[in-house]
Design a protein around this ligand. Sequence first.
Ligand code: ADP
Ligand code: TYD
Length: 203
Amino acid sequence: MRGKFITFEGIDGAGKSTHIDWVAARLRARAGIPAVVTTREPGGTPLGEDLRQLLLHRTMHLETEALLMFAARREHIAEVIDPALARGEWVISDRFTDATFAYQGGGRGLPTQRLEVLEDWVQAGLQPDLTLLFDVPLETASERLAGARAPDKFEAESRAFFQRTRDEYLRRAAAAPGRFRVIDATRSIDAIREELEQIIATL
Ligand code: ADP
Ligand code: TYD
């Protein structure tokens, strides 16, 4: 049986990376799942990690940025995601295509139709079974990031950029309620874990 594909999304500093290993460990403790693979975008393969370095640190044309995100994703799907799902393994990815719609689409203003063409080409119908959207107001995200790490190219973006990014995430979640679960990530880590436990129990 094909495995399940779970993605974690949210603006920088929402707290999604804090929960990925915990969710993976909870799933590994469950009977019947042969393996749980954790991965991330941009990245997830040696080539993808090289592209990540360019994407996070080099300034480039908006369309180049979107194309490189999808190039890294093509490699990630072919080398990691599809083979694992075909073996019945579950895959948890720290970000996937919703991030491109939110950051390059919402944040930077690239028309959604452009991204939809690339999505159809690169994914050939592949969609996450579940997307967990960690949602916080901008103030909370920037407070959490302050002091936590040196900002990369995206983390150094303006407040207005992140507002558009968050709004696009929420718009996509409202448009696909069967796939998304919006997590109020302003709460404590323990409270969030309780909700995550309930959500993954339904998978
Ligand atoms: P993201 O992956 O969404 O960018 P991280 O998981 O790296 O965010 O979290 C950013 C910072 O916020 C980290 O220092 C982390 O310890 C802290 N953090 C994460 N979740 C919470 C939470 N629920 N409450 C308080 N601080 C949190
Ligand atoms: P992330 O791994 O969350 O960063 P960190 O390791 O600092 O937590 O994501 C890297 C950045 O890339 C993040 O700012 C969002 C951005 N991004 C896009 O702009 N488009 C995309 O398609 C993806 C996958 C990420």
